[in-house]
Design a protein around this ligand. Structure first.
Ligand code: FES
Length: 102
């Protein structure tokens, strides 16, 4: 497995989100309980950028119509969208992201 550096660890403070791009992948980084998680940064409903929404605990709330996703798994936890976001991947402590999002 190879790694690609997309951000410094200090660019994602506890309880915050950051949008990064790697190639054509748009990635949401979120730090919760000292761990950084990476998931796709586009909502499957109408393509809103999730990192512009709110992070409450491990839940990101879409800024357009309030679908909710768990950033630790990418799973949808509240409608209107029913699909999960791609690429749920826990990022190791040292600021590297491992795989392209599908
Ligand atoms: Fe995310 Fe509509 S664009 S819920």
């Amino acid at each position: 497995m190879s790694f690609v550096e997309v951000a410094r660890i200090d660019e994602v403070p506890e309880g915050s989100m950051k949008h990064v791009e790697e190639g054509d992948a748009e990635i949401l980084l979120a730090k919760v309980d000292g761990k950084i998680y990476a998931v796709g940064d586009r909502c499957g409903h109408m393509n809103a950028r999730l990192s512009m929404g709110k992070l409450q605990g491990t839940t990101v709330i879409c800024p357009l119509h309030a679908s909710q996703f768990d950033v630790t798994t990418g799973k949808n936890v509240k409608e209107p969208v029913l699909t999960s976001i791609p690429g749920a991947e826990k990022v190791p402590e040292l600021k590297k992201y491992s795989e392209r999002l599908e």
